[in-house]
Design a protein around this ligand. Structure first.
Ligand SMILES: [Zn+2]
Ligand SMILES: [Zn+2]
Length: 798
């Protein structure tokens, strides 16, 4: 038979595809099992190999797992685009797109087939043979564990025994995640139920209430086996094993959706989007609506239109906004055929959700970043809520941006994209200007709730510079506490203080692995590196000079909390930051307590900046608007504007008017003044001008090459050797088309014991960017121990 050769994508950190052979025909997108350097991988067939190297011996495909492709053509096209654009191998790209349940597990089994004596023996084969029988296959992995022989010795003996036909080895593969089965009660459709005893009748009433299909476990305490058997014999129900679906999200009680009346602006937005859906047109919309203007209601209406057209819908939200409140709203609008994908799902839950979507059972998917790869067919709409959020950017390979992938995926499926935000990213705003996207605006809150009134406090003018609370903020908190209203205080720095320094000799306590200052945490009396998590006890005295006096840096939430307790001893205060919310459910419990009015003051980091909607919150205070403004990052002003606008929007969401107080040392900074008016348009005008001047996005496109190594000297010499490559690259383009910075030390030059240098490319077009990135990739020659990561459209440059 004719041999066929296929290029296979493997989930490993190598960019190329590997070629394997088989006699079978396999279609693109099917899974196969292959071996590479003594380990087994689940690979995905990419295409028939176009060219073969005659000097190479190609290995066999061990197993063909799927007869029909498990990945749609559309998904494969998307993988191809991601791989090209984000400079990442196809195998690694597909691994990021697919749940781990996609991989199969390989089990090797062994059996004895002859009783021949084995010569040339030091006793090892006897040890192995003693464990084997001629009747049962034994898992090799179990045998290995039992015998405690060195793996290489063990493997070579197995090979010899197999060659002498004393043992036989077979491979079996199995789904990595197996179905979990349990007995279910399933009600039959019967017209009439006759002749039940009293006990049977009572049981039947109970069962009916539970639904038409549910686990037996749920009533096993209340209804006896014999009664169930009797009901089964009467043909009313049957008991069958079914797959157990794990609960992955609280399923809210079903309520009748409230009939909301749309504002004129909402109506117009819905109308425009719906006509694109009607015509199956690829089109991007930017839905720019101030906080509380009812974007979600627009989403619900257009998804409904999409379902009417028998197409499916995908909505991305930042992980932190994927709250029970949001999910509840969609369940109420659409019933329960919604799949939810978030990062707290375990492997099994993720796999179950994936299959539910793949089988067409779920027509709507809501999820965080990676949900953009959900296997929906015939997608009609993709919504990216809070499209400006940097959590859509993945910080490991492939370093994709979920929002940008959404646009590409929609284009491949002739779908509509809605990017929603109260503070659009400058990238999306620019796309409106150049005609790639249609702007839809919501400038009013429905139900005539007014925007909160905002006051800026200039901290330079405060009499007591040591306090964290200005006189006005203190007074306002007091006032709201007396009125029984709730307060949200925002402070975007966790821990107690940002650094600890010796007053006498100036020693700054830095993380030994990262060379950045360690934050003091008062609850545990520890210094913690917020980058790598390294901890040490707060020293009693300075290790350099022996002094007992320390200077503590800028205050974090723990310190603010302590002061709050002193100032308002009877107030019920809750702190929310990543230190206080280690547990998964603490966010939900905060939410419930706020809703019930069991908290007076909620203090927190950006974790509380968005999504919270409590009618009784009438005051939002920003302790220091300057955190984040001074970070050496070109997006610092944009992020500050976004955060302040979001957090201010938490106030006055009910009938009572809201107030916002912002404390700052930079009262004239445009990011702050524009945020107080929720004035995105003037903010963007000023910010875009600056970006253009400094050659930053969205005017220019960025790419970053980050090099890391344990030895700084080695890293530097290796980079210096490549200087001529950089010089040549610069000559390939005009200076106004391409700007090359570096190689220079990154702002965080040492993180987790690795020294970090980078090259930043600024290009005036996508084409220039990709040409220059490819040039560097092909020509840079570096030692193999240097780790290079390429980031296209990077978010952080630190
Ligand atoms: Zn000292
Ligand atoms: Zn560290």
């Amino acid at each position: 038979m004719l041999m066929k050769y296929y290029e296979i994508a493997l989930p490993i950190r190598v960019e190329k595809l590997y070629v394997y052979k088989t006699e079978e025909d396999i279609r693109q997108g099917c899974r196969v099992l292959v071996s590479l350097q003594n380990s087994f991988h689940t690979g995905i067939v990419w295409q028939e190999a176009a060219k073969l190297d005659e000097n190479l011996k190609y290995k066999d495909i061990l197993e063909i797992i799927d007869e029909n492709p498990k990945i749609s053509h559309n998904q494969l096209q998307l993988a191809q685009w991601l791989s090209n654009y984000y400079q990442c191998g196809l195998g690694q790209t597909l691994a990021a797109m697919l749940p781990s349940g996609f991989n199969v597990q390989l089990q090797q089994q062994v059996i004895k087939i002859a009783d021949k004596p084995f010569l040339d023996s030091d006793g090892t084969p006897e040890l192995i043979l003693n464990q084997l029988s001629k009747l049962n296959w034994l898992n090799i992995s179990d045998l290995k564990k039992k015998l405690n022989i060195k793996a290489t010795v063990f493997n070579s003996w197995l090979e010899k025994l197999e060659n002498q036909h004393i043992i036989a080895i077979k491979r079996v593969y199995d789904a990595r995640i197996k179905e979990k089965l349990a007995n279910f009660i399933i009600l039959n459709r019967v017209k009439e139920i006759l002749q039940l005893t009293e006990k049977q009748k009572a049981a039947w009433e109970l069962i009916k209430q539970k639904g038409t299909e549910f686990p037996l476990q749920e009533i096993v305490d209340k209804v006896s086996r014999s009664i169930l058997k009797a009901l089964e014999n009467k043909g009313i129900l049957r008991i069958e094993p079914r797959e157990v679906r794990e609960e992955y999200f609280i399923i809210p009680s079903e309520q009748k959706p409230k009939k909301l009346k749309l504002t004129d602006e909402q109506k117009e937005a819905v109308h425009k989007i719906n006509s694109s859906i009607q015509n199956d047109n690829f089109q991007t919309f930017l839905l720019y609506g101030i906080t509380g203007s009812g974007k979600t209601e627009v989403y619900i209406r257009v998804i409904r239109k999409c379902l009417e057209k028998e197409r499916t819908a995908l909505m991305l939200v930042p992980e932190i906004s994927l709250t029970p409140q949001l999910v509840e709203r969609f369940y109420n609008a659409f019933g329960q055929d919604i799949a939810i994908l978030h990062s707290h799902l375990n492997e099994r839950q993720r796999w179950q959700q994936w299959n539910k979507i793949n089988s067409g059972e779920s027509k709507i998917v809501i999820g965080a970043r990676s949900a953009i790869f959900a296997p929906l067919e015939n997608i009609g709409i993709i919504i990216v809520d809070e499209e400006h959020e940097n959590t859509y950017k993945q910080d490991k390979t492939p370093r994709y941006n979920g929002r940008d992938v959404a646009i590409v995926r929609a284009r491949l499926s002739n779908a509509v994209v809605i990017l929603g935000s109260a503070t659009p990213s400058l990238e999306s705003w620019q796309n409106v200007g150049n005609g790639k996207s249609i702007l839809l605006q919501l400038t009013k809150r429905p139900l005539t709730y007014e925007l909160p009134s905002v006051q800026i406090i200039d901290l330079k003018k405060e009499e007591d510079p040591t306090t964290h609370f200005s006189a006005i903020l203190k007074e306002k908190i007091e006032e709201k506490l007396i009125a029984g209203e709730q307060i949200i205080l925002f402070h975007n720095r966790r821990g107690h203080s940002s650094f600890v320094q010796c007053i006498s000799c100036g020693k700054l306590f830095q993380c030994p692995h990262c060379e950045i200052s360690m934050n003091f945490h008062s609850s545990s009396q520890e210094l913690i590196c917020h980058y790598c998590g390294h901890k040490i006890d707060l020293p009693r005295k300075c290790p350099e000079c022996g002094s007992f006096m320390f200077n503590f840096g800028a205050p974090g939430t723990q310190q603010i909390e302590k002061h709050l307790h002193l100032l308002f001893p009877s107030a019920r205060i809750l702190r929310m930051d990543s230190d206080s919310t280690r547990r998964k459910d603490s966010y939900d419990s905060m939410f419930e307590r706020m809703k019930k009015g069991n908290i007076d003051i909620l203090l927190g980091t950006q974790m509380i900046a968005k999504g919270l909607d409590f009618a009784n919150v009438t005051l939002v205070g920003v302790i220091s608007a300057d955190i984040g403004l001074n970070i050496p990052d070109f997006r610092a002003a944009e992020r500050t504007f976004q955060l302040l606008t979001q957090v201010a929007g938490r106030s006055g969401r009910g009938e009572k008017p809201g107030e916002v107080i912002i404390q700052t040392y930079n009262p004239e900074h445009y990011a702050i003044t524009c945020a107080t008016r929720q004035d995105f348009v003037s903010f963007s005008r000023q910010e875009l001008e600056l970006r253009k001047l400094l050659k930053y996005p969205p005017t220019y496109r960025l790419a970053r090459f980050l090099f890391a190594h344990k030895n700084e000297k080695y890293l530097r010499t290796q980079l210096v050797k490549n200087d001529h490559i950089i010089e040549r690259l610069k000559k390939l383009f005009k200076p106004e088309n391409l700007f090359v910075l570096g190689p220079v030390p990154a702002p965080f030059v040492k993180l987790q014991n690795n020294y970090r240098y980078h090259i930043i490319l600024k290009a005036d077009s996508v084409q220039t960017l990709s040409r220059s990135v490819n040039y560097l990739k092909e020509n840079l020659k570096l030692g193999s121990t240097i780790r290079l990561s390429i980031d296209i459209d990077p978010y952080g440059l630190l």
